[in-house]
Design a protein around this ligand. Structure first.
Ligand code: HEM
Length: 507
């Protein structure tokens, strides 16, 4: 064979292989008799525009939701990964709650061998998840949370002093996402790592630096996500990442130092560290492993402290940012929340305790409406862990099928929430809430994998809003972007550059 012919043959084989690699998967849904919202693009599937950074991924999920019309579910391809998107509310309830045994995992494809911090309750499924959830849950009970109020109060005091300083020195203009991220970093650093971080005042805080690095979108992370959805084996071709090793060591050392310090000094503080130390005692030092093959290492405990930090700081700071933004634009609602705070403070002799916080019913409605309009996680994920026949259809889902529940779109569907773009806390008043369409509100997920930190997050947000609103009036100004602009490529649906003015209230 001549050299030229050989080159052509080689090229044809390569082109043919690439064509097959990028298109073969796309008959998956067709073979199961499941419709797609539109024809997928080779390799990119239905997510071409978000992968090239032209659209926010939430805009693509919203478009899919719109195109679904009355169909209970459709199949999409995220790169080469088939995912089933569910719109039917009853089916969602089956997946999350009634038939949970068929969907006990999120199916997140992290490589836990190369990054052991990913071996945590959020990523794990099956028995490993069940055991860890059982060990961690007692740390989130009403009684335990009561003890954490003082730890949170210390952080809000620092935040208040910092705002005071900005108001005096810089005319009160604040980029609130950054400010709220520092506050939530301090809170979760204190409760999950037992450390007084002071990220609010310390621009070089290591925790803030690592937390920021994890949630800030980077090209490398985007490439990794795309590879995971295409062919996870290709990850091995990526050059080694030294930053990852640094992050692992940082969190490992921080947690181990806290454990040593507490053990040596006999410190007894009712927080998540205490719960994780108990889990370490039961699962690592004296494993009870009577009926299970699952084993846990020191690093697994660190990984779970890490996930509390990651799950806890960006979600809370995003929600607080969106709440303050909405309150700045709706002064009547802001005044009503402030009046409620002042009235309850008077009744409670100024004490910011559990009783005071649970009486803030209007603030609770405001937080609920914020989470309806701006859920930090726009989708819920599950994976089929036992084959499942979708009720009322001929479709049987095999193990490993990925499921997506587009909660942001559901919470913006005018069928369930009239004027969905309007910020209206009254939807969640006692009288109105019972008229809402059931099972259409999922900011914290649902079923056995419901957010573990829900009550803690509500507590933390109420303390922050109480202290901010009783001391400052929040106003929009020319630098405030309306509507909010979301960061493309971030895991949490996070707004960026949210500038507001804080004016002190003379009480
Ligand atoms: C406004 C704040 C928060 C929001 C909106 C939020 C939302 C969520 C959502 C949607 C999930 C997935 C639920 C599902 O798949 O059904 C989740 C899981 C989780 N969240 Fe949160 N979260 C928040 C704050 C927190 C905080 C403060 C912590 C910890 C201190 C936390 C810890 C977790 C954990 C550990 C899981 C995994 C639970 C499991 O798989 O068993 N979250 N969260």
């Amino acid at each position: 064979m001549e050299c030229c012919d050989f080159n052509w043959l080689l090229l044809s084989i390569v082109v043919g292989a690439v064509f097959l690699f990028t298109t073969l998967y796309s008959s998956y849904w067709y073979k199961l008799g499941v419709r797609c919202p539109w024809v997928p693009k080779p390799l990119f599937g239905h997510f071409f525009e978000s992968i090239i950074g032209k659209k926010h991924v939430m805009a693509v999920w919203e478009l899919i939701y719109q195109k679904m019309g009355d169909q209970p579910f459709v199949g999409v391809y995220n790169m080469r990964t088939p995912q089933l998107v569910i719109k039917d509310i009853d089916l969602i309830n089956c997946i999350l709650v009634k038939d949970f045994n068929h969907f006990n995992s999120r199916g997140i494809n992290f490589d836990v061998r190369s990054n052991p911090l990913h071996n945590n309750i959020f990523v794990n499924g099956g028995e490993r998840w069940r055991i860890m959830r059982q060990k961690m849950s007692p740390g989130f009970t009403f009684n335990k949370l009561k003890y954490m109020i003082d730890q949170i109060k210390e952080c809000i005091d620092c935040l208040k002093l910092n705002i005071d300083k900005i108001v005096k020195e810089e005319s009160g203009e604040i980029e609130i996402r950054d400010m709220m991220s520092k506050y939530s970093t301090d809170v979760i650093g204190s409760c999950a790592f037992g450390l007084k971080l002071d990220a609010i005042n310390d621009p070089d805080s290591e925790f803030r630096k690592y937390g920021k690095a994890v949630v800030t979108p980077s090209i490398r992370n985007q490439i990794i996500s795309a590879i995971l959805l295409t062919q996870p084996l290709l990850l091995r071709l990526l050059p080694k990442n030294n930053r990852r090793q640094e992050t692992i060591s940082f969190f490992k050392n921080a947690f181990q130092q806290t454990i040593q310090y507490r053990e040596k000094n006999g410190i007894d503080r009712k927080d998540f560290v205490e719960q994780l130390m108990k889990a370490r005692e039961d699962l690592v030092l004296n494993p009870e492993s009577k009926n299970t093959d699952v084993t846990f290492s020191e690093m697994d405990i660190v990984a779970n402290a890490y996930i509390l930090f990651i799950a806890g700081f960006d979600t809370v700071s995003t929600t607080l940012t969106c709440a303050l933004y909405e309150l700045a634009l709706n002064s009547t609602i802001q005044n009503r929340v402030r009046e409620e705070i002042q009235c309850e403070k008077l009744k409670n002799a100024g004490q910011l305790n559990h009783e005071f916080l649970s009486n803030l019913t209007y603030m609770h409605m405001v937080i609920k409406e914020t989470l309806r309009k701006h859920p930090p996680l726009g989708i819920l994920e599950r994976v089929v862990t036992e084959p499942y026949k979708i009720p009322g259809s001929n479709v049987t889902l095999e193990n490993g099928t990925k499921i997506i529940i587009p909660i942001r779109s559901i919470q913006h569907d005018p069928k369930y929430y009239s004027n969905p773009d309007e910020f209206d806390p009254e939807r969640f008043s006692k009288e109105n809430e019972s008229n809402l369409y059931p099972n259409t509100y999922y900011p914290f997920g649902d079923g056995p994998r419901l957010c573990l930190g829900k009550r803690f997050a509500e507590l933390e947000m109420k303390i922050a809003l109480s202290e901010i609103l009783s001391n400052f009036e929040i106003l929009p100004y020319e630098k405030t972007q309306i509507p909010l602009q979301y960061i493309i490529g971030s895991f949490v649906n996070a707004p960026e550059n949210v500038w507001l003015i804080f004016k002190p209230i003379n009480t």
